[in-house]
Design a protein around this ligand. Structure first.
Ligand SMILES: C[S@@+](CC[C@H](N)C(=O)[O-])C[C@H]1O[C@@H](n2cnc3c(N)ncnc32)[C@H](O)[C@@H]1O
Length: 253
């Protein structure tokens, strides 16, 4: 199991928030889940608090855990600005021991793709079980892999985002290309950042691809029971054409 490599521009909190500022469609979904399953809530790979902070603003008790110092310092700054109390934990989601339990553990926005091998997945699921109340819920938001995306033309760069550089160097243009390793089910994505007039910065982002039946099997054989699987944030049932795999599960003995 390799250490998490998160010192990328990718996991730079200020860039992240500008890049994903419009990504808010999942927040009402998480608010409904907390109302249904209760607090306290633990968010794994919480980043800059994009999900954690809106939950705390509704008065819920939330802990955010992430391995990146940059993402967490942005999260802390924003939480202070919003006047909410959140406990932030700097830790690897494959190895944490908080000695307390949660009614809800969330793993939002495809972060599970960062668990590249079986050892990492099992280590993370074991930590989740250690922190989940007996009748608590674990919710994973992951995408439904699409073959057209995996086999895209390697020679082409596809647009991803555009936003103003937080350090005032002009516009940041982000494009990507990818190569899919079908043997290891890793999508090797390269993100190309062009910042104003500066030379392009290229960042590697490896994403583990989990097909739907495999994700369910991993949960089953790690002693979780899948009780609901949605295909979108408005909780439509998961089906072949669904964009997301939103999996709600609990511990099974
Ligand atoms: C796609 S971002 C998601 C952030 C946040 N959950 C959201 O929805 O905006 C992925 C996050 O995973 C974190 N991360 C990567 N590897 C990790 C690990 N092994 N343990 C904990 N966090 C990790 C990164 O630092 C980054 O903040």
């Amino acid at each position: 199991m390799k250490p998490a490599d998160v010192e990328h521009l990718w996991w730079n909190g200020r860039h992240y928030d500008l890049q994903f500022k419009d990504h808010t469609g999942d927040i009402p979904f998480y608010l409904r889940q907390v109302r249904e399953y209760g607090e306290p809530v633990l968010e794994l790979a919480c980043g800059t608090g994009r999900v954690t902070i809106p939950l705390a603003e509704e008065g819920f008790q939330v802990v955010g855990l992430d391995v990146s110092t940059s993402m967490l310092s942005q999260a802390r700054r924003k939480a202070t600005e919003c006047g909410v109390q959140i406990e932030w934990v700097e830790a690897d989601c494959r190895d944490f021991h908080l000695e307390r339990k949660f009614n809800l553990v969330l793993f939002p926005f495809t972060s599970m793709a960062l668990l590249h091998d079986l050892e990492s997945v099992e280590a993370c699921l074991s930590c989740v079980k250690e922190h989940l109340e007996n009748d608590g819920r674990f919710i994973i938001d992951y995408f439904n892999p699409c073959f057209d995306f995996l086999v895209r033309d390697l020679a082409k760069c596809y647009p991803v985002a555009e936003y103003p550089d937080p350090d005032g160097r002009g516009q940041v243009m982000v494009t990507e290309n990818n190569v899919y390793d079908a043997a290891h089910q890793i999508n090797h994505v390269k993100w190309h950042y062009r910042i104003g007039e500066q030379a392009e910065v290229v960042e590697d982002l490896d994403m583990r691809i989990f097909f739907p039946q495999e994700l369910d099997a991993l949960l089953h054989y790690n002693r979780f029971a899948v009780e609901a699987k949605f295909g979108s944030y408005d909780e439509t049932p998961f089906e072949s054409s669904s964009v997301r795999q939103l999996t709600v599960c609990h511990r099974r003995e």
